[in-house]
Design a protein around this ligand. Structure first.
Ligand code: SF4
Length: 153
């Protein structure tokens, strides 16, 4: 499997997978075989086990390739027409990740979350949403924004 970043979500949690860190140690596959299955596409299906089991399994990933956050009622949407991902608390936009696009690159230029929503991993979710979409279109992601660079390193 090639290096990539993927974001998997259900109503309650978001699971991040950084393919560059994955060493296929398979703790995930043995811990929650219904959820993690490298033979399936998508290989992670968060509907197949309780969140507590998923959380426990992700915590055992030895390389940090997998990580997990509670959604805290915040949803993330990709708005390709506006070249951004947005975070929504109900109808209110409380964060966004902006990018510009060339033939080959998606350049992340700005990521911001309202201060009162800080510390919940919303910015990470916003960045992953953009990166995942870019990688699916075979574009190179260039993180000009320092926060995005931190997420991707
Ligand atoms: S436990 Fe982590 S390192 Fe091992 S296969 Fe799963 S994602 Fe990859």
């Amino acid at each position: 499997m090639s290096s990539m970043h993927r974001l998997y979500e259900n109503e309650d949690v978001s699971v991040f997978w950084d393919g560059e860190r994955c060493r296929h140690a398979r703790e995930c596959v043995t811990g929650s075989p219904a959820v993690f299955d490298f033979q399936r596409k998508p290989w992670i299906d968060l509907s197949r086990a309780p969140n507590a089991e998923i959380w426990s399994t992700v915590s055992k990933c030895p390389t940090g390739a997998l990580s997990i956050l509670y959604n805290n009622g915040i949803t993330i949407r990709l708005q390709e027409d506006s070249l951004r991902s947005i975070a929504l608390d109900g109808d209110r936009i409380i964060g966004e990740c902006d990018y510009q696009e060339t033939d080959r690159e998606v350049q992340i230029v700005h990521t911001e979350v309202l201060p009162e929503y800080g510390g919940k991993g919303i910015a990470k979710r916003l960045v992953y949403k953009v990166v995942e979409a870019a990688e699916k279109r075979h574009k190179t992601v260039v993180p000009y924004c320092s926060y995005a660079a931190k997420v991707l390193n």
